[in-house]
Design a protein around this ligand. Structure first.
Ligand code: AMP
Ligand code: MG
Ligand code: MG
Length: 337
């Protein structure tokens, strides 16, 4: 490669290590058992110390290197001095070696908007913590006991958790980084936990093996903790062969690109731009699509409304088919604004 790397490639390369650091923070807070849970709009909309520290780490680290970018993070935090040990200065050399798609090679820092969800799947994270720090001591499981069962459930819940950093230009999601802090939990204690996936439409997606769900089955992935009547009605209208209820928007996109689900269907408001920007970039990079329930794209400009009011429909293939199955009643309930 000749010349210095494009700004956007440098930003993605930094976001990669910054997401890894955030993932390490998420693991550390879980292990401490001191989650510092705060209810935001209600009991199903939580913030923990991990959400706060991870966002501080991500924003401060990226601003230090790229002072002119716009960053929009999920958590509303007071402006305060960030501890130096939260700053990540590294970058992924492998990403810097990639050739930037020509259309993005001249982008300037001030043109880029970064959407940050420091911890996606907070509800599942808190539930897992409760199980792990259960008085019977699920952190150290004994085979065959109830405690072992609790431990497995907790670890499964933790796999729903991701750190999301999405990069947008002119309203489009052009790059995304997803860190999954507890990936590899099945390997047991001693295994190195976590993985980082990233992608850029026009360049590709990395950090996982792309797999399509079986073409002859409709496997729908949807929320496990934010359901309602319309959400269920819409899933049913897809005539699914199987429904997988898991937490997190990032996690559901992982289900799509790893062939465990054919469509992510969430016919409700609740998901925000920081939930969908990074996942959309990675999904689009492998030929998938993320829209509202009407099949319309969301925009990620700095001044857009944060709420994805018309729901989320994401697929790797056959997007139009799923859009066509959305019932009129659901379309009415979720108006595009
Ligand atoms: P879920 O699929 O329920 O894990 O939701 C995916 C993302 O959207 C998570 O970040 C949730 O916090 C968010 N979300 C979805 N529905 C709601 C809701 N009703 N209230 C708050 N956040 C929500
Ligand atoms: Mg989220
Ligand atoms: Mg979050």
């Amino acid at each position: 490669m000749s010349g210095s790397p494009a700004v956007v490639m440098r930003l993605v390369a930094s976001a990669y290590t910054v997401a890894e650091k955030a993932g390490a923070i998420v693991r550390k807070v879980l292990h401490s058992g001191e989650l510092g849970i705060v209810e935001k709009t209600g009991a199903n909309d939580l913030q923990t110390l991990a959400d706060r520290l991870a966002q501080q780490s991500i924003c401060a680290s990226l601003y230090r290197r790229f002072p002119k970018i716009t960053i929009i993070g999920e958590e509303d935090l007071p402006a305060e001095e960030i501890k130096e040990d939260l700053i990540e200065n590294g970058h992924s050399e492998e990403i810097l070696q990639k050739t930037c798609p020509a259309e993005y090679s001249g982008l300037k820092e001030e043109e880029l908007v970064v959407w940050v969800d420091p911890l996606d799947g907070t509800k599942e994270y808190t539930e897992a913590s409760r199980l792990l720090h259960h008085p019977t001591g699920a952190l150290t499981p004994h085979k065959g006991s109830d405690t072992s069962q609790l431990h497995s459930t907790a670890l499964w819940l933790l796999d729903n958790v991701t750190v999301l950093i999405g990069i947008a230009y002119e309203g489009k999601a052009i790059a995304g980084v997803i860190n999954q802090p507890f990936y590899n939990y099945q390997l047991g204690s001693g295994a190195e936990l976590g993985r980082t996936m990233w992608g850029m439409p026009g360049l590709g997606a990395f950090g996982f093996t792309l797999k399509e769900a079986p073409g002859d089955r409709r496997i729908i992935t949807t929320t496990r903790s934010h359901s309602n009547k319309v959400v269920t009605e819409c899933v049913d209208a897809m005539e699914p062969h199987e429904v997988i209820k898991v937490g997190g928007a990032g996690n559901k996109i992982i289900q799509l690109v790893e062939g465990r689900a054919s469509a992510y269907v969430f016919a409700s408001l609740g998901c925000k731009k920081w939930d969908t920007c990074a996942p959309e970039a990675i999904l689009t990079a492998v030929g998938g699509k993320l829209t509202d329930m009407h099949g319309n794209a969301y925009r990620y400009d700095a001044n857009v409304k944060h709420m994805n009011s018309a729901g989320v429909l994401a697929t790797l293939r056959n997007h139009e088919y799923y859009v066509s199955r959305v019932p009129q009643s659901v379309r009415q309930a979720l108006k595009t604004d």
